[in-house]
Design a binder for this molecule. Structure first.
Ligand SMILES: Cc1cc2nc3c(=O)[nH]c(=O)nc-3n(C[C@H](O)[C@H](O)[C@H](O)COP(=O)(O)OP(=O)(O)OC[C@H]3O[C@@H](n4cnc5c(N)ncnc54)[C@H](O)[C@@H]3O)c2cc1C
Length: 304
């Protein structure tokens, strides 16, 4: 079987590609290594996706996208794409379990993964107080004091969400101002449960069996202090999921795929969309927009 389009990754960009591609009657397969939804599957409330005036739960939005793609005829399989042959007219995707799939076009929508801080104790206390997902782990910290690290949209949004559970949220950022959207900053500064600590980094996470404290350093004064907390949530940026491409596509210095505005990559018939590509705004709405363009470009390529 040779598919018209194989899509790698079932986040919002991949699922939008799937909706457009299967609706255009292209034989479409979407390969997802975990569960469909990607980053939105772990997001409590998406406030800025058009059409949902009260916001929408990320998992619910993901389920709606998957149902829509399935209704148009997209096939979904669960597996991790680990290598590719992209240069031939018929392209090959190889999964971790050695299964192979063929297609005339490939759309890479593998998104990005959270970055780790690489500090002492981080790895040791994952699941014992260290988390990268507020929606998944927030309820474990009911009436506890926690730390959130980061200064972007995700960090502020998740700090606000965590006030539903924690008695106090210490929001730690290494600079003296946030880079998050102003509306989020206003909410954070108004929220009494959030204690903002600027100009500071967490140097160490420690405890006996579970996380008990963090060591803070003020980078302006070099003062070291200890904070007794039960949880640390880390939101300090993203790494593109492009390792498996083995440098077959042109990437930028940070490893994001370089595309043009039609989502063409450096290889004909291979497209990229969403957070995995070099762009300025990584959001659900831009991922969906990219996904639609990638599917449309794949369609034009096939018609040629
Ligand atoms: C906590 C948090 C809050 C956010 N809040 C908002 C918000 O309020 N509004 C907003 O617009 N955006 C928000 N975002 C950002 C938004 O979720 C992303 O921009 C969007 O999900 C990007 O979609 P994507 O499809 O490009 O990638 P992703 O969502 O990263 O999906 C990529 C998918 O590809 C899969 N994959 C990766 N590698 C492989 C492989 N080798 N084989 C098979 N599958 C693979 C992954 O498992 C994943 O499911 C938030 C993100 C986070 C983490």
């Amino acid at each position: 079987m040779i598919y018209d389009v194989i899509i790698i990754g079932g986040g919002p960009s991949g699922m939008t590609s799937a909706i457009y591609s299967s609706r255009a009657r292209l034989k479409t397969l979407l390969i997802e290594k975990a569960g469909c939804g990607g980053q939105i599957a772990i997001t409590d409330n998406i406030e800025n996706y058009p059409g949902f005036e009260q916001g929408i739960n990320g998992f619910e939005l993901a389920t709606k996208m998957q149902t829509q793609a399935t209704n148009f005829g997209t096939e979904f399989i669960y597996g991790e794409a680990v290598s590719f042959q992209l240069n031939d007219k018929i392209k090959k995707v190889i999964l971790l379990d050695n299964k192979e799939y063929l297609a005339k076009t490939i759309i890479i929508s593998s998104g990005a993964s959270f970055k780790k801080l690489g500090i002492k104790g981080e790895q040791e206390f994952i699941g014992k107080g260290v988390s990268y997902c507020a929606t998944c782990d927030g309820p474990f910290f009911r009436n506890k004091e926690i730390v959130v690290i980061g200064g972007g949209d995700s960090a502020l949004q998740e700090a606000l969400y965590l006030t539903k559970f924690a008695v106090k949220v210490n929001l730690i950022h290494r600079r003296n101002e946030f880079r998050a959207a102003k509306i989020l900053q206003e909410k954070v500064f108004k929220e009494q449960k959030i204690n903002v600590i600027f100009d500071s980094v967490v140097e160490e996470i420690s405890g006996k069996d579970v996380l008990e404290q963090v060591t803070l350093k003020n980078i302006k004064t070099n003062t070291i202090s200890q904070l007794s907390v039960n949880g640390v949530f880390i939101f300090v940026g993203w790494t593109p999921n492009t390792n498996f491409l083995n440098n077959q596509l042109k990437l930028n210095k940070q490893g994001y795929i370089i595309t043009d505005d039609k989502m063409n990559t450096s290889i004909e018939g291979v497209f990229a969309c969403g957070d995995v590509r070099e762009k300025t705004l990584r959001q659900v709405v831009t991922a969906a927009g990219d996904g639609a363009i990638a599917a449309n470009s794949a369609q034009h390529y096939l018609e040629k």
